[in-house]
Write a protein of this length. Structure first.
Length: 299
């Protein structure tokens, strides 16, 4: 089934671009900038092309271009001008807008060139926390309002995933583990939200520790063999949507009984599902963290 969203309400456009619906209607009437269609019941809707165009128009307007000048451009000229302006934009808040534009326009060139510019100014950790995290937060907000499509979200997260992998491989080639503790990173059954865990893998290696990255959807039984190879182990996992509320206590109980059988074995946890746990009742070998940054401080 094709679940790519291709029809947007004027409220969707307002949520994504920050341009008020009233202003959008004025631009339509006065400059013919957008061409909405109507349903059989006369409700106005907008195509993905309309959404992309409006986000580009808003960005150009915020960068000093008059709406009359933008309206005089050919449709094909607008994305090109946006890319050129974005790459020269040095204001403090330009990066989020640029990355969001890259996402909505499926513009890999703009994403890569923006990233290369950031590399000259910041470490990869700073890029992730200061630029990628706000983008991912924005994506989450747009999902809540049903504004963006699965294609947009996958496009952005795949590009971020690539950068994490490239930087992890580079640092693995340079850094030698100087720690006896082995960190085992995994996600529980049916949990697929992996970006945070991937970044944590990068941070652990960058801090000189040994990391064993197992990835998505690993059952507890699949972790037990690790105990035969190492003595000092810290398991680390993200509980974003799994285990679910009704199962999370049983999961922790099973994990504790199966894996926390030696005091040198620990379990570090992150993720929004932790709100379902009573931390006072957890084993002393289990440590919850409210953010990736706070966990990294513990390394």
């Amino acid at each position: 089934m094709n679940n790519i969203k291709s029809i947007f309400s004027i409220k969707d456009l307002e949520n994504l671009t920050g341009t008020k619906a009233h202003t959008i209607r004025i631009w339509e009437k006065r400059y013919n900038l957008l061409e909405p269609e109507r349903t059989d019941t006369n409700i106005r809707y907008y195509s993905l092309a309309n959404l992309q165009k409006l986000l580009n128009i808003t960005y150009l307007k915020e960068n000093g271009y008059k709406i009359s000048k933008i309206a005089a451009l050919e449709n094909s000229e607008i994305p090109t001008l946006v890319s050129d302006v974005a790459l020269k934009d040095k204001t403090n808040n330009h990066t989020l807008s640029t990355l969001k534009l890259a996402m909505v326009n499926f513009d890999q060139r703009l994403f890569y060139e923006t990233y290369e510019t950031l590399k000259n100014e910041k470490s990869f950790s700073d890029i992730f926390y200061e630029e990628f995290i706000p983008l991912l937060t924005e994506i989450g907000m747009l999902w809540q309002t049903d504004t963006i499509t699965p294609a947009h979200e996958h496009f952005a997260t795949t590009l971020i995933r690539q950068k994490i992998l490239i930087n992890t491989e580079a640092i693995q080639a340079k850094n030698q583990s100087r720690s006896k503790t082995v960190f085992v990173l995994y996600l529980p059954d049916n949990e697929v939200h992996e970006l945070g865990l991937m970044m944590l893998n990068y941070e652990i290696i960058a801090h000189g520790h040994q990391s064993i990255y197992l990835g998505q959807s690993v059952p507890i039984a699949g972790l037990k063999d690790i105990l035969n190879y190492y003595d000092d182990i810290t398991f680390v996992s993200y509980f974003t949507v799994k285990p679910e509320k009704d199962h999370i206590h049983d999961y922790i109980k099973t994990f504790t009984e199966t894996l926390l059988i030696k005091k040198e074995v620990r379990f570090w946890l992150l993720g929004r599902m932790l709100c379902e746990l009573d931390f006072d009742k957890l084993s002393k070998q289990i440590t919850p963290f409210d953010s990736l940054k706070n966990l990294v401080k513990k390394l």
